[in-house]
Design a protein around this ligand. Structure first.
Ligand code: RVP
Length: 489
């Protein structure tokens, strides 16, 4: 019968990783992993494309610590493009929108500009060319004694300039050698921007950051399964990865649209979600750069209850990874991860990367405000298939579930596959990720895995029972002090 032939589906709670002979300690393990054909991350963590999880602020914070944010698409195309630009620009060492002055300006007007724009130095431009630089320090003592003097009388005309392609290290060396705080960036004598020591040092504060070849932060952005226009606009705006965000990517219309999108963008293309090896074959045959796995495991997801469809997540991940690992296509385990141990299990089962919704919702950088209920702080977290997400924002949740909102269509005509709720406020992305990656590294130490590929190969699982789960959690005590990595809601 159909039932006799059915496989058993397992999820994170059904297994534990078995401790293995180990020659490596947590502090020495390497967590670098491939997220798509052309991009690797220092930590195997990306954020969900959800309107209560990822906009520019969270994407920047996550990229700073080595992960990657996927900007959600429940907003207009222009807004999403703008979020992508914010992330790309934030890592740019060169300030391109520079306030300048000209040689005949009076010193008092220059001082006014400096106060107004809150800058302490201005490049001096004559006939389109950079001819000098004037700083607050040059003007201050003069302003009372000789207010008739002009910029050209006191500017420094021997300006040290740099080229656009300079690395942060080179820029810092030049700035220190010449004892200057800002370096004008020029191309053919024309000023294209300015680099300040403050920004270089800021850049150096994030040695783990995910950056493109120009030193800017990496960012991914979501598009709808048939939204070529959005995909192209995001690509044009500089998104490094575009993610087709869809509840059932084994829908053959979605599969057949992949090539069309791929042919029109230069960014890598992630496609999901799926939960079977057959779906993995279908996506790989279309040349996708990464596969996202997860039908129904999400905290806020009701797909399995409303439709009766889904595959428990550990089985889904491992069966997709069995196919995708052979083709070297990265696998992203999306949804259902509640603790760092789940991240370790997902990788042990063959995933390269995990995608986190609820674990990153409720951080300082996630969209939305903190609300206080019964003396505790919370932030909103809702499914993209929830009524609120499908009707609020730009309706970007609806087509994820192949539903359409037409004109004044009544909300009662939508069938939600998600719920709306709140999660405890957790502090900054940096703090949360520190705990998650710390837990993963400890796990790799137990499993004897020195890097992510090693973990994928070496991890062994033991199937456990409900008494095993009970024994695993803290038990038979009243928790009096909450741990940062073990929240009790
Ligand atoms: P979790 O991390 O368990 O909170 O799950 C987040 C994932 O859930 C998302 O990355 C997405 O794949 C899925 N999701 C988002 N909205 C919905 C829904 O409304 N059903 N599901």
């Amino acid at each position: 019968s159909k039932l006799n032939n059915a496989i058993t589906g397992y999820t994170y709670d059904d297994f534990l990783l078995v401790p293995n002979e180990s020659w490596i300690e947590a502090k020495d393990v390497e967590t670098r992993s491939k997220v798509s054909t052309n991009h690797e991350l220092n930590i195997p963590v990306i954020s969900s494309a959800m309107d209560t999880v990822t906009e520019a602020e969270l994407a920047i914070a996550l990229a700073h610590v080595g992960g990657l944010g996927v900007i959600h698409r429940n907003m207009t195309l222009e807004q999403e493009v703008n979020e992508v630009r914010k992330v790309k620009m934030s890592g740019d060492l060169t300030i391109r929108d520079v306030v300048t002055t000209s040689p005949d300006h009076s010193l008092s007007s220059v001082r006014e500009i400096m106060v107004e724009e809150n800058v302490s130095g201005l490049p001096v431009i004559d006939d389109g060319k950079l001819i000098g630089i004037i700083s607050k320090r040059d003007i201050k003592p003069l302003i009372t004694s000789d207010s008739k003097k002009k910029v050209k009388d006191i500017m420094t005309s021997d300006v040290v300039t740099v080229e656009d392609s300079i690395s942060p290290e080179e820029a810092l060396n030049i700035a220190y050698e010449n004892k200057i705080e800002r370096l004008p960036v020029v191309r053919n004598d024309k000023l294209v921007g300015i680099i300040t020591i403050k920004d270089i040092l800021n850049h150096k504060n994030y040695p783990q950051a995910s950056r493109d070849k120009n030193g800017n932060l990496l960012v991914a952005a979501a598009t709808g399964p048939f939204d070529l226009e959005r995909a192209m606009a995001l690509d044009e705006a500089g998104a490094d990865i575009i993610a087709i965000d869809c509840a059932h990517a084994h829908n053959m219309n979605v599969v057949n649209f992949i090539e069309k999108i791929k042919d029109n963008i230069s960014a890598d293309l992630l496609v999901g979600n799926i939960a079977t090896p057959e779906a993995a074959e279908a996506l790989i045959s279309k040349g996708v750069d990464g596969i996202k796995v997860g039908i129904g495991p999400g905290t806020i997801c009701t797909t399995r209850i409303i439709t009766g469809v889904g595959v428990p997540q550990l089985t889904a991940v491992s069966s997709v990874a069995d196919v995708a690992n052979d083709y070297d296509v990265p696998v992203i385990a999306d949804g259902g991860l509640r603790y760092s141990g789940d991240i370790a299990k997902a990788i042990g089962a063959g995933a390269d990367i995990v995608m986190l919704g609820s674990l990153l919702a409720g951080t300082y950088e996630s969209p939305g405000d903190v609300v206080v209920m019964n003396g505790r702080k919370y932030k909103q977290y809702r499914g993209m298939g929830s009524m609120g997400a499908m009707t609020g924002g730009f309706g970007g949740g609806a087509d994820r579930y192949f539903q359409e909102i037409k004109g004044h269509m009544k909300h009662s005509k939508l069938v939600p596959e998600g719920v709306e709720g709140a999660v405890p406020y957790k502090g900054t992305v940096n703090e949360v990720v520190f705990q998650l990656v710390g837990g993963l590294k400890a796990s790799m130490g137990y499993c004897g895995a020195k890097n992510i590929n090693d973990m994928k190969e070496k991890a062994k699982f033991v199937k456990i029972t409900s008494s095993g789960i009970k024994e695993s959690h803290p038990h038979d005590l009243l928790i009096t002090n909450e741990s940062p990595n073990y929240p009790t809601l």
